[in-house]
Write a protein that binds this ligand. Structure first.
Ligand SMILES: *[C@@H]1O[C@H](CO)[C@@H](O)[C@H](O)[C@H]1NC(C)=O
Ligand SMILES: *[C@@H]1O[C@H](CO)[C@@H](O)[C@H](O)[C@H]1NC(C)=O
Ligand SMILES: *[C@@H]1O[C@H](CO)[C@@H](O)[C@H](O)[C@H]1NC(C)=O
Ligand SMILES: *[C@@H]1O[C@H](CO)[C@@H](O)[C@H](O)[C@H]1NC(C)=O
Ligand SMILES: *[C@@H]1O[C@H](CO)[C@@H](O)[C@H](O)[C@H]1NC(C)=O
Ligand SMILES: *[C@@H]1O[C@H](CO)[C@@H](O)[C@H](O)[C@H]1NC(C)=O
Ligand SMILES: *[C@@H]1O[C@H](CO)[C@@H](O)[C@H](O)[C@H]1NC(C)=O
Ligand SMILES: *[C@@H]1O[C@H](CO)[C@@H](O)[C@H](O)[C@H]1NC(C)=O
Ligand SMILES: *[C@@H]1O[C@H](CO)[C@@H](O)[C@H](O)[C@H]1NC(C)=O
Length: 473
């Protein structure tokens, strides 16, 4: 497709050639061919890679009435299209309609494209979600001992996967899951909306995710991940509906997202206690920018509490938080091991916050058996600059760990305006050290004033340099 990026005629010729190339194959391929021609009237979208082959869900028996199950249609479409992985890849178009489905698996060199009026509806029937083993870096802590329901859209050991659209919707219909979770009626961990494991070159963009049973987007053990132009919505009072959870991933970019959640808007993780220490896969090289977050009971960006594989080189900038419990928060505990280091935050605007700065060294939560009380986390090099917050209840609560202090905290140019019913003690600091500059209200003694501008890296991460191509659907 890059041969003629602009010209429609040239594009048409290439398409015809593509048709001749596949003419020799079986009936199935004709579905794909007809779509090649229709494509000429298509919408354009940006992606890490365009695909040579294209098909529509209805070609595989899909029915978009909101009642008929499309699990088989997705499965046979993607199985069929996986044959083109080594021949330019394929895209599956989900047309306007309501497409009820259970869990299905993605494939490599593949794009799932949702039309703006396409809604994928997650089945509310547990039997539509296969049970998969607990994650190696979590053991049986986060996950129920017998396993976890596979996510609605799942993929493992893949390369080059795009899930996109022109703002189509993935609706998890989470209500019965939230109810059963609260009533302790589930034998397995709730499904996420989208999870990719052990995968490389991922893009998730231009979609709306609503009402996930639990977390929305969970890349784990992945590299080179782009998440952008998403709207993620859940009621603010439902459990664990985190927006995006980069977990043991390298080189990730999350930008231009609007998230309203009952839990953290973004939760950066890397495994739990001894399980996470043993797997030893950090989340590193992560950039988050132009995020808008509303999360009255949780963080804009949480680092941890599962951080046992380490979290390093996180850059957060140009973020807005409204009616949110905290800003960029650190959560850890004795027994987690691992580290959180080289964290850089700049230009956050916050309104109606409980805490602006919050670090917790006593998060607790050790449900798994494998917990070593001698495994202390190393929290160091945490930098915030150019922060503005209004209507704040509590500026900073910074609790390190006794004999394992959080060090190298730097806060510069931060203007915090307090709420009418603000706490009397605005800075509560224990077992931490660092410096501050031009910060109001006046910081605690553990963070003395020093004329300093806290650092922010000048280089770009490799993922920030990726150029998207113009594709059509
Ligand atoms: C998806 O793949 C996983 C891992 O290979 C497997 O356990 C699961 O059953 C598959 N899901 C479906 C719907 O086939
Ligand atoms: C997926 O990749 C992981 C890590 O490389 C490997 O341990 C696992 O066996 C792979 N699984 C499959 C189904 O190929
Ligand atoms: C994706 O979202 C961006 C930002 O809103 C927009 O500019 C672009 O046109 C969208 N792409 C599609 C295919 O809708
Ligand atoms: C996408 O759809 C959601 C939900 O309808 C809406 O809130 C959002 O503004 C839309 N985004 C764009 C870029 O059109
Ligand atoms: C959960 O497990 C218990 C004990 O094995 C069983 O009685 C119950 O039916 C299971 N519940 C569901 C919803 O599968
Ligand atoms: C200020 O914050 C309080 C909660 O602390 C909230 O009830 C109130 O509406 C906020 N005021 C404004 C002007 O946003
Ligand atoms: C924590 O990490 C820093 C920076 O990598 C290192 O200098 C320091 O020795 C570590 N501290 C502990 C207690 O391991
Ligand atoms: C302080 O932070 C504010 C808000 O981000 C910014 O507008 C201002 O330019 C910063 N001041 C300096 C001296 O960098
Ligand atoms: C300050 O922090 C300490 C240690 O975490 C805690 O015990 C105490 O209750 C806090 N004080 C206030 C006034 O919040």
């Amino acid at each position: 497709m890059e041969l003629c990026p602009q010209s429609r005629q040239c594009y048409a010729v290439l398409k015809l050639l593509a048709i001749f190339v596949i003419l020799g194959s079986l009936i199935d391929s004709r579905l794909v061919e007809s779509r090649e021609v229709e494509n000429l009237q298509a919408t354009e979208y940006s992606a890490i890679n365009c695909r040579k082959h294209s098909a529509v869900l209805t070609d595989f028996g899909g029915v978009g009435d909101g009642k008929t199950s499309n699990t088989k249609a997705f499965k046979s479409a993607i199985e069929h299209l996986s044959k083109y992985a080594s021949d330019g890849g394929a895209q599956l178009i989900v047309p306007p309609g309501k497409w009820l489905t259970g869990s299905f698996n993605l494939t490599s060199h593949f794009t799932l494209y949702l039309h703006k009026d396409a809604v994928i509806l997650g089945s509310q029937d547990e039997a539509d979600y296969p049970v998969v083993p607990p994650l190696p870096s979590y053991g049986v802590g986060r996950d129920a001992p017998d396993g976890r329901f596979a996510s609605l859209i799942f993929g493992t050991n893949l390369t080059d996967v795009v899930v996109t659209g022109n703002n189509g919707t993935i609706n998890g219909q989470g209500r019965p899951w939230w109810t059963k979770f609260k009533a302790k009626q589930l034998n397995y961990t709730r499904p996420y909306l989208l999870e990719l494991m052990f995968s490389d070159q991922i893009q998730i963009s231009n979609l709306t995710f609503i009402d996930s049973p639990s977390w929305n987007i969970h890349p784990i053990y992945c590299s080179n991940v782009i998440v952008k132009w998403l709207t993620i919505l859940a009621p603010v009072d439902v459990p664990n509906t985190d927006g995006v959870n980069p977990d043991s991933c390298t080189n990730t970019l999350i930008e231009d997202c609007y998230i309203v959640s009952g839990d953290d808007c973004i939760a950066v993780k890397s495994g739990w206690d001894q399980y996470g220490i043993d797997v030893g896969m950090p989340t590193k090289q992560l950039a988050i920018r132009r995020l808008t977050c509303i999360s009255p009971d949780s963080a804009t960006v949480a680092l941890g509490s599962e951080m046992s594989g380490g979290i390093q080189d996180v850059r957060v900038e140009d973020v807005t938080a409204i009616d949110t419990q905290s800003g960029v928060r650190i959560k850890t505990a004795i027994g987690r091991g691992g580290y959180v280091k080289d964290i850089f935050v700049r230009n956050m605007r916050m309104k109606t916050m409980y805490y602006v700065f919050w670090m917790t060294g006593a998060y607790g939560s050790h449900p798994g058996g494998k917990f070593d009380p001698k495994a202390l986390p190393n929290i160091t090099g945490i930098n915030y600059k150019d922060m503005v917050a209004e209507n704040v209840t509590y500026t900073a609560r910074l609790d390190g760990i006794k004999n394992d202090p959080f060090t190298g905290i730097c806060i510069s140019n931060a203007t915090i305006t307090l709420a009418e019913k603000a706490k009397e003690l605005q800075w509560n600091c224990t077992d931490i050290s660092g410096v501050t500059s031009r910060v109001t209200p006046k910081p605690c003694a553990a963070l003395p004033e020093k004329e300093i501008d806290c650092p922010y890296p000048e280089d770009k991460l490799p993922i920030e340099k990726v150029q998207l191509k113009t594709c059509s659907a």
